[in-house]
Design a protein around this ligand. Structure first.
Ligand SMILES: [Zn+2]
Ligand SMILES: [Zn+2]
Length: 333
């Protein structure tokens, strides 16, 4: 499925990607779509055309290259390419590589039959992981990478603002850390899902959410607030509700260039603001294990499974407001 211009996707025969020594060729079986695809599709994230999008990918090995994987082995693909030789790569911050590229944005991605990637990008999937849900492991790695930065201690109060796909993953990861987890969103359906997935309590989003969170946290506010919506006013709420000495994880990507925040509270409460971007290779084995053991459940987060040929309709669904829409998976069979 080739993006030829903004809002133009066509089904085309393209040459099978060539491979260099060490590369692995994968037959893609399932992909996920997300807001990044939506922004690439409508042109708000610029790319070179023609481009095959798709960065949440699972499939089967066709050519294992230098890896020990066998043809037919199930794998997921880490879409963050890095150069390996710059300052950041050499100190282990491959996700911040200035020469880094995202497969499906800067190079051709997974909305196709085959992809060829460096061996470093491929991770074996154990038998217990359903390949239909496996593309979401890429999303889970970004949540896990983010939570590595805030070091939740067992018993801490953790508020998750926004309970979309990433919010629901943060709820499950914070529970796995032994936290008392409070989910906040306007959507009743998403609150119910969060409770099913382990949130101790949920609170409707709105004007009195801050007061209700304080009430639920012995009056002092949560130790950690994980902001997943990317909306400035939500970050402002997070600053208001956190306890003095608390940590705020800015997970939702705020693209606004300006906005009002209670800056004095940041100082007076001595709050730590922690940002996290994408993920690293180290987050893949851990995320795969969490899914395989059932610590993190992906299946309840899938709202739609559609054939790859309906990519355009699927992306259109992302643009529409629905409180029930969660993850859309494309089945390539
Ligand atoms: Zn994505
Ligand atoms: Zn680099």
């Amino acid at each position: 499925m080739v993006l030829t211009a903004p809002n133009e996707i066509v089904l085309e025969d393209v040459a099978r990607p060539g491979s260099r020594a060490g590369d692995v060729t994968v037959h893609i079986t399932h992909t996920g779509i997300c807001g990044t695809d939506y922004k690439i599709y409508n042109g708000s994230i610029p790319v070179q055309y023609p481009r095959i999008m798709g960065h949440e990918m699972a499939g089967e090995i066709v050519d294992p290259g230098s890896t020990s994987l066998k043809p037919g082995a199930r794998v997921i693909i880490d879409p963050e390419l890095f150069c390996g030789s710059c300052f950041h790569c050499r100190i282990g911050q491959t996700h911040l590589c200035p020469n880094g590229m995202l497969i499906g944005r800067d190079t051709n991605g997974g909305f196709a039959e085959f992809i060829t990637v460096p061996a470093s990008q491929v991770f074996a999937l154990p038998a217990g992981v359903d390949p239909t849900h496996a593309p979401m492991i890429q999303v889970l790695t970004t949540c896990l990478h983010a939570q590595r930065q805030i070091n939740i201690f067992p018993s801490e109060y953790v508020v998750v603002l926004g309970l979309g796909v990433t919010g629901q993953l943060h709820v499950q990861l914070a529970k796995a850390r032994g936290a008392y987890v409070i989910g906040v969103t306007r959507s009743k359906e998403k609150r119910e899902l969060a409770e099913k997935l382990g949130a101790d309590i949920t609170i409707p989003g709105g004007d009195d959410a801050i007061a209700k969170v304080k009430e639920a946290t012995e009056g002092r506010g949560p130790d950690v607030v994980i902001e997943t919506t990317g909306v400035v006013s939500q970050l402002s709420s997070a600053i208001h509700m956190a306890r003095s000495g608390g940590r705020l994880l800015l997970f939702g990507i705020i693209t606004a260039k300006e906005g009002a925040l209670p800056f004095y509270d940041l100082y007076f409460k001595e709050l730590a603001l922690i940002n996290a971007r994408v993920a690293k290779g180290e987050d893949y084995p851990a995320s795969i294990a969490l899914v395989q053991r059932g610590t993190v459940r992906l299946e309840p987060l899938v709202s739609d499974v559609m054939p790859l040929g309906e990519l355009k309709a699927a992306i259109g669904m992302l643009g529409s407001d629905s409180t029930q829409r969660m993850k859309i998976i494309l089945d390539h069979q």
